[in-house]
Design a protein around this ligand. Sequence first.
Ligand code: FAD
Ligand code: 2HG
Ligand code: ZN
Length: 467
Amino acid sequence: MLITDLVDVLGAAHVLTDPDITVSYETDWTGAFQGRAAAVVRPETTEQVAAVLRICGRHSMPVVPQGGNTGLVGGSVPAGVAAGAVVLSLRRLTSIEPVDAAAGLVTAGAGVTLADVQAHVRAAGYGIGVDFAARDSATVGGIAASNAGGERVLRHGMTRGQVAGLEVVLADGAVVRRLSGLPKDNVGYDLPSLFVGSEGTLGIITRVQLRLVGLPAARTTALLAMADLPAAVDLVALLRATVASLDAVELVFGGGVDLVCAHQGRLAPFPGRSFPPDTPYLLMECVGSTDPTGDLAAAVETATGVLDAVVATTATDRERLWTYREGHTAAVNAVGVPLKLDVAVPLARMSAFVDDLRGLVRAMAPSARLHLWGHLAEANLHVNVTGLDRDDARGREGLTEAILARAAADGGSIGAEHGVGRAKMAWVGLSRSPAELAVIAAMKHALDPAGLLNPGVLVPPYGHGKP
Ligand code: FAD
Ligand code: 2HG
Ligand code: ZN
């Protein structure tokens, strides 16, 4: 019996089958994806993870890996063809090694949250080059598995650039460990990189080695209301060219900030002024060893189309400005479970894309509400639509298809930072060529011949019922 075998290895307390307890592991953060699990298992060590995979392999039982369950594409829950799978929660893998200052690295168990690893390295005077609003729940294993982006990509790149090494358990229970920490080590394929962004389809990440980044002595954050999106895009170019201390440039709109204010009971950011809902706001942050406010102000003064600005230099004021940006996902979910898309289009085409998007949603779903925000420096736009009929699957698919096809037509990406998961499976071909898809499928078949690792995510499942 599968359950008995799992209990033998993990103990009954860590093989959960009571629906009242498993339900939170079976539903994704947004509430859009859900499905029953055969069991939720909670190993504490790499060896236990390997044992779980060997048992599931013997029983031909699919496995859905789960970290903090903050993913936004349905990949962390047993929905769709993965219904009835074992959910493998990595949250008990919480060991953190001491900071290795000489190598500039820290190694943590997959279940350590981003906030905890940030606090751990901060105590030694360092930072982590990845950050975003779900930091208190998202795990380093999940971040690596989804190659998360976030708010610091402008300076540090995506998570891939921050992962120096990984420990991964393969479908057959074998352990691949590349944690040498050597910055120069060109012996064959870069295996850790293969697993970064693989969304739980190639192996289970059990340990993550992250690079340390410096902690800046000074930070300045500013929120600007802009006349229109072309002016905001022009300002990004100006800032890139003239402000070396630039660390983040994020995009929100007046309507989204109003929604966050209503959701959190906050005052609007620009005292005594309000702007129409489609007004773009830029949240930008500069960092340095000395106060970067002057650099930022000098650039903004030469920019055109700035309607208003608030500047924050204290931690409290900076956090307040970031809340207007980071509060969007929760505020939108409070309106209703959204249709959630995450696209990138070349920055030069962003304004035309947004105009077309607004027209498209007005035409295809007149009673729906469109919420846009994103990471403007990386041309990454989050597209959320609320007010759609949840039972009208065809309508939602039609709108998804139209929006993603429009992004792809511009040379954009249909999954900029959240990945593919179950949500974007049907549209991968818009962003990847048949030759690329064949390589992806070959890699999947080589590492997971029975198709048990997160079936229905990223790669088409191998067959009916049993993947
Ligand atoms: P989960 O949601 O549990 O899993 C994500 C995927 O990785 C799933 O496919 C799962 O099967 C797989 N997985 C998880 N752990 C492992 C493991 N140890 N081994 C193998 N596979 C594994 N994402 C961004 O990129 N940028 C953002 O700015 C951002 N902001 C967010 C803000 C909010 C409020 C929320 C709710 C989410 C946000 N996200 C963002 C999405 C999400 O938080 C990230 O993608 C995060 O990296 C997921 O980590 P997790 O531990 O929650 O993973
Ligand atoms: C963000 O940048 C996150 O706010 C979440 O990536 C985006 O909820 C979303 O659509
Ligand atoms: Zn984002």
